[in-house]
Structure formats: structure tokens, C-alpha cells
Unconditional design. Structure first.
Length: 221
């Protein structure tokens, strides 16, 4: 099921603005990646297909996932995220650098609500709703899913919008780090600060706060 879904995701060219932008990124590479060929296609989910935990970001990073071909791979956000995931034994290693690095997730799957990087990290509602079809199939393919962890407020808002659109979710909820919300299909939604350099450098999130949240999520499942 996942292989068919992932093939459909990779081949998608539905949103012309996003197609154009991801191609532009692949041409205008960062200096340190000039010798690399960028993936520059939609990003699929990654991890344990029998997972009870789903981590959701908004979209692949321009020079992370869009370059490497794997969600949360090859950028500063992934460095911090996987350092914390490894500490609580959700991942087998503390780094996520490229698709052949041997990374494995235990009882967790990670994806993005939007499969392509949007300009200024701001997708249109139409672009998000186009991707919700894929997101819905990912959730339904994860038969053991218990908890969704939204990495950042924008990803959290996207998850809420998705549930309002697809599962008649009507509760008025606001993003809050470490808070648990009940969704309509017996799945829990947990708000989590994004593991971005900005949040880490300002002290909004640190390893202790992040690992404590992940330990809490593990207790929920």
C-alpha cells in the first residue's frame, strides 16, 4: 500500500507554483551543495509502517528534504530532531544526513502535510487541500496509529484543517507545546515546537524539553 502511495506522491505535479519553485531551488543550489543533484520532487513519508506515532512537519525544507529526497534529512532542524529522537530510542541513530545513512525509526513514521516546499514556507489553502488526499491515505495506511505529533504551529494548524475537512472535527483548538488534544477518529494530537534553529537558539525548545515531550508520547502509546 505504501509503495503505491509513495509512487503517486513522487509523480504528482498538480500544483504548478510548487513544481516551479522546487525546480528553481534545484537550480539555485546553496554553495556547499553545488556538486549535488537535488531530489526536487515531492517528498514521501518515512519510517516504521506499523507505527503508533506519526510525526508531521509542514513541508520539506528547501535544502534539506528537497535536496536529499527524505523528510527531515540534511538540515539543522533534522540534526536537533534526531538527536532527541535517538535519546528516547525512537530512532536508531542521532543523525539524518542522506537516504543511504542507515536511519531507522522504531514505532514511528514521519511525514509532511504538504509534500513540496512552498515559497516562503507559505502554502495556499488549495495546495494544502490537494495534498490532504495523500495525507489521508498515509494516516489510513498506518493501521496502528495512536498519536500524531505536529512539529510546529503551522503543521499543527494544517493537521487541524485536515481533520476539519476530512473527519468532521469541529473543536476550536490552538497550538500549545506539550498539550494533548483528542481528534475525531480516536487519535490524539500533540503540539510540539518545531526543531528549527530559531527555536533552539532562542531557547524556546531545548533537548530536555523535546525529549520530555517524546517520552510523554511514548507513554501514550
Amino acid at each position: 500500500m505504501f509503495s503505491n502511495l509513495n509512487n503517486s506522491i513522487i509523480k504528482c505535479n498538480k500544483c504548478s507554483r510548487l513544481v516551479e519553485f522546487r525546480k528553481k531551488i534545484a537550480q539555485n543550489k546553496r554553495k556547499q551543495y553545488l556538486d549535488q543533484t537535488y531530489w526536487a520532487k515531492p517528498i514521501t513519508g518515512f519510517g516504521d509502517k506499523s507505527a503508533k506515532i506519526l510525526f508531521v512537519g509542514l513541508a520539506p525544507a528547501a535544502h534539506g528534504g528537497t535536496r536529499t529526497g527524505r523528510v527531515f534529512t540534511g538540515d539543522k532542524s533534522s540534526e536537533f530532531l534526531y538527536k532527541c529522537l535517538h535519546k528516547v530510542k525512537i530512532s536508531n541513530q542521532p543523525t539524518s544526513t542522506h537516504i543511504y545513512d542507515g536511519l531507522k525509526l522504531n514505532n514511528a513514521y514521519i511525514t509532511t502535510a504538504l509534500k513540496c516546499v512552498p515559497p516562503e514556507d507559505k502554502p495556499t489553502s488549495e495546495e494544502l487541500h490537494n495534498c490532504f488526499n495523500f495525507f489521508d491515505k498515509e494516516i489510513n495506511n498506518l493501521k496502528n496509529l495512536k498519536v500524531i505529533v505536529a512539529l510546529g504551529k503551522i503543521a499543527f494548524d494544517a493537521c487541524v484543517s485536515f481533520y476539519k475537512t476530512n473527519y468532521n472535527f469541529s473543536d476550536k483548538i490552538k497550538f500549545q507545546h506539550n498539550k494533548i488534544y483528542h481528534l475525531t477518529n480516536k487519535i490524539l494530537l500533540v503540539g510540539c515546537y518545531h526543531p528549527s534553529p530559531r527555536n533552539v537558539n532562542t531557547g524556546r525548545i531545548d533537548e530536555k524539553k523535546m525529549t520530555n515531550l517524546f517520552k510523554k508520547v511514548l507513554r501514550l502509546v
